[in-house]
Design a protein around this ligand. Structure first.
Ligand code: AIR
Length: 173
């Protein structure tokens, strides 16, 4: 672009830039949340909640490494081709779903072993998925930065732990 042309371009106001950062990301789901049983949803919903907070599109499906291995194979093998970029796999018991999934794809698979890691692990899996996606998607990067800034502000406004009872502390780590 020549200098004269460049000078004619309007400056993008800060507010517009902020709006662009808040607009929805790429159309299709980027994250596939899978779990071994519908009974895992109560925990895995926290991964979905973390993605919701950052405006990241995801899909949710129940499938089991032991009960429906062919379905897991089909879903995971096709995940990258359908546009998914990260898989979050939650399962209880032997919690093999993440390992079985990772064997069938080069996508990053974040495992959430249900009983041992539970809700904080599911939330962290959502945030880790966002950090992975932020390498490629500027809108997600902006959303993640905004989220982290708000976490920082929350901490800075609560530096005296004695002022807060245990049930009023923030939910996310
Ligand atoms: N599971 C399902 N297939 C293989 C395993 N390990 C797990 C589920 C769930 C637990 O077994 O992920 O955490 C109990 O499942 P359900 O369906 O009996 O509630």
């Amino acid at each position: 672009m020549r200098k004269a042309q460049r000078n004619r371009l309007p400056r993008i106001p800060e507010a517009l830039l902020e709006l662009a950062a808040m607009s929805p990301g790429p159309a299709g789901p980027l994250v596939g949340i899978i779990m071994g049983s519908k009974s895992d949803w109560e925990t895995m919903a926290h991964a979905a909640k973390a993605l919701d907070a950052l405006g990241i599109a995801y899909e949710v499906n129940v499938m089991s490494a032991h009960r429906t291995p062919a379905l897991v194979d089909e879903y995971v093998s096709g995940a990258e081709g359908r546009g998914l970029e990260v898989i979050i796999a939650g399962a209880g018991g032997a919690a093999h779903l993440a390992g079985v999934s990772a064997a069938r794809t080069l996508l990053p698979v974040l495992g959430v072993p249900m009983q041992s890691i539970g809700q904080p692990g599911a939330t962290n899996a959502g945030l880790l998925a966002a950090a992975i996606l932020a390498n490629k998607h500027p809108q997600i990067r902006a959303a993640l930065r905004k989220y982290r800034d708000s976490q920082t502000q929350t901490l800075l406004s609560q530096t005296d732990p004695r002022a807060w009872s245990s049930n009023t502390q923030g939910e996310t780590p």
